[in-house]
Design a protein around this ligand. Sequence first.
Ligand code: GDD
Ligand code: MN
Length: 376
Amino acid sequence: MYDAIKPGPETPSQAAGLPQLSVVVPTFNERDNVTVLYRRLDATLKDVAWEVIFVDDNSPDGTWDVVRHLASQDSRVRCIRRIGRRGLSGACIEGILASSAPYAAVIDADLQHDETQLPKMVGLLQSGEAELVVGSRYIEGYRADGFNKSRAGASAFATEIAQRALKVEIADPMSGFFMIRRDRFEQLAPQLSTQGFKILLDVVATAHGKLRTVEIPYTFGARQHGESKLDSMVALDFLGLVLAKLTHDVISLRFLLFAMVGALGLVVHLTTLFIALEVFGAPFPQAQATGAIVAMTSNFILNNFLTYRDQRLKGFAIVRGLLLFYLVCGVGLLANVGVAFSVYDQEPIWWLAGAAGALMGVVWNYAMSGLFVWRK
Ligand code: GDD
Ligand code: MN
């Protein structure tokens, strides 16, 4: 079923089991690419002791199984299989943190990045010239063969926003191909977002210019097998990251989405109430209760698809999650009314009391949903 793997001759530090470089490869449905990438790494990394850490989010195509097979042939191959989680940034962070080598690279599995740049990147880190080396598609000498027009336009626009809003100075902060000193990465890691695609942008923005960075051009190739996982939701992740960084992590994308879904829930509630009263002539208490249940249910569905899409509940877990969500929202309503009452008691300003109650409700619902409904 699999081709036999012939590992190259070992260097002394490899024999001692001490990799200098960990190549971290996030994978999702890359079954046909991982062996080719492994062979290319083996061919290009002749003068450096390396290992490769594949971080697979339990790919339905069984990528992890192919990686396990490679690992059984060559101890430089490692496999992290994550179950119940999705996300490129989180996978990269976990992979780098699993490394003990002084340098860590991140490279896509789909052969779109040019792995022959890796030795040069190691050289720049070793000489101390750089702490971070970025494979860049925007500086002189680059060619973006793997880019179609609309994709190139969207990428350029996002780069512009990132450079202006976050004062990021590098030419290609959207790159998914880079190498970093692990010690420097580990200092930044607690502040990095696990959501979204933009790990490099996050690293650079979090470092606030205090990371010596060198960019090197490379050719962004075309995908060989499988398809891109970058969808329109990725744009949302990107905006969320910019927002989080601008507000120093006070407002996370998750909270913002949760609050937006909550606001939409109010519209759903009022619409249902109106229909129940006017169209079906239901008595007010029943109509109000129906509105609340419909709104909570639609909020739950939207949060499951949007806010928590990286931890989406499936199958029977949906029913359990929905019941817990009703419970959380029910208690949230009590908290809402309680806070509103006590504010009104102090200061009888209706809108202030109402807003304080609503804020308490959304913060409560958000915190408790994260703990009980979509817990990791
Ligand atoms: N573990 C894991 N989990 N890996 C993932 C996930 C995920 O949820 N989503 C994608 N990947 C892996 C893919 O298997 C691939 O190896 C790599 O991440 C990049 O995913 P692609 O789907 O091929 O992304 P792309 O080619 O459209 O985007 C690339 O270019 C962008 C710049 O335009 C990536 O390098 C991006 O990081 C980069 O920003
Ligand atoms: Mn790709």
